[in-house]
Write a protein that binds this ligand. Structure first.
Ligand code: SAH
Length: 342
């Protein structure tokens, strides 16, 4: 698929099928403007026939708007599979939360994305496609880039699709492409320790975010099966090493689940394990997912939790939750379109 190719690779592709170089520029422009092949007016029909199977066929099939201005898009790929992505408007620009896999095999008990298991990985170009389509939906094109920040926090575990995700970072940050600074890209992981070490060696400027959600391994394993594979101590050690190598501040996501991970001892343990690590903790009360029976801590208690953390010397904030009314908030993304009359 042509969106998987870098500018240079696209040039090689054009050369291989015997076309002059300027066709490569035209194609690049069309792909990065998220045009459908029919909409591309400067390519002859015979050429379109040759590239038809390789040209991106992803499209937005549904768009939902939240009361708070957040938008959720359903993107469909050539094979019919869908993912959801969420667009949030901030003072500094637009942040897109995108998906890295159709479904997910991590099995976190509080998250809708893993309900049907993993369906398949997305290619680098399919991740890029989400950015290009939504840039276009905002009125942008190959030169006018409307999206400034990306978070890999949609469905899927990015480090479980490692090579494609790394390729995607190269594509989306290329200056002629979407030109999104790697500093404005966050990758969120449930903590695949081996891959965190691999990522550290990739010489990227992205922000590593860890979904921690507990301070004790047994409690973590109750809600996150991955905790049976890697301990919290191993994750924190990997974060310290990641920081030492990249000098990029580490972020932690801590979802408060009533009665599971939200008491004073958790604050104390968190403060102890994060001591002297340059990091920030985003605390977020659990969002409801109808198939799941876990309950979120109240927002009031979340503020108390954060105050206690701050008093213990940890940088922390309660994260705003956005798009909950359109099932666009954390943990609510899935690979099925919900029946609207539910
Ligand atoms: N697999 C990656 C990317 C998913 S990011 C990861 O685990 O980090 C989605 C973020 O939302 C993660 O921090 C995830 O733990 C969190 N999340 C999942 N379900 C949630 C829910 N119901 N309420 C609040 N946050 C949730």
């Amino acid at each position: 698929m042509l969106a998987d190719l870098s500018e240079i690779e696209l040039k090689e592709y054009v050369k291989k099928i015997g076309l002059p170089a300027f066709r490569g520029d035209q194609l690049f422009d069309a792909i990065y403007s998220a045009k459908t092949l029919e909409e591309v007016s400067n390519l002859p029909k015979a050429l379109k026939d040759i590239i038809a199977d390789d040209y991106p066929a992803y499209k937005i099939i549904k768009e939902l708007s939240s009361r708070d201005g957040t938008k959720k898009f359903v993107v469909q790929f050539a094979d019919g599979h869908i993912v959801e992505c969420v667009l949030m408007k901030y003072k500094y620009g637009y942040t897109l939360c995108l998906s890295t896999q159709v479904g997910c095999r991590m099995g976190c008990k509080f998250c809708a994305s893993s309900l049907g298991g993993l369906v398949r990985n997305l290619s680098a170009g399919e991740m890029l496609g989400q950015v290009l389509l939504i840039n276009r939906a905002l009125g942008g094109n190959s030169r006018e880039r409307k999206i400034t920040n990306l978070v890999l926090m949609g469905s899927g575990e990015p480090l479980d699709n490692f090579d494609n995700v790394c390729k995607f970072f190269q594509l989306v940050s290329a200056s002629k492409g979407m030109n999104i600074s790697q500093r404005n890209i966050s990758l969120s992981t449930c903590g695949l320790v081996d891959k965190i070490y691999e990522l550290a060696k990739k010489d990227l400027n992205i922000t590593l975010t860890i979904s921690l959600h507990a301070t004790q391994n047994d409690k973590r394993a109750q809600v996150m099966p991955i905790a049976n594979r890697y301990t919290i101590e191993e994750i924190i050690k990997a974060c310290r090493d990641y920081y030492a190598l990249t000098k990029r501040r580490i972020y932690f996501e801590y979802t408060l689940i009533k009665g599971v991970n939200d008491d004073k001892e958790d604050v104390a343990r968190l403060a102890k394990m994060l001591k002297n690590l340059n990091c920030h903790v985003n605390v977020i009360p659990l969002n409801s997912v109808k198939e799941r029976d876990l309950i979120g801590t109240s927002r009031l208690m979340a503020y108390k939790f954060v105050d206690d953390l701050k008093n213990a010397g940890v940088s922390a904030t309660v994260r705003r939750t956005m798009g909950e009314d359109i099932e666009g908030a954390c943990g609510q993304l899935r690979n099925k379109i919900l029946n609207e009359n539910k």
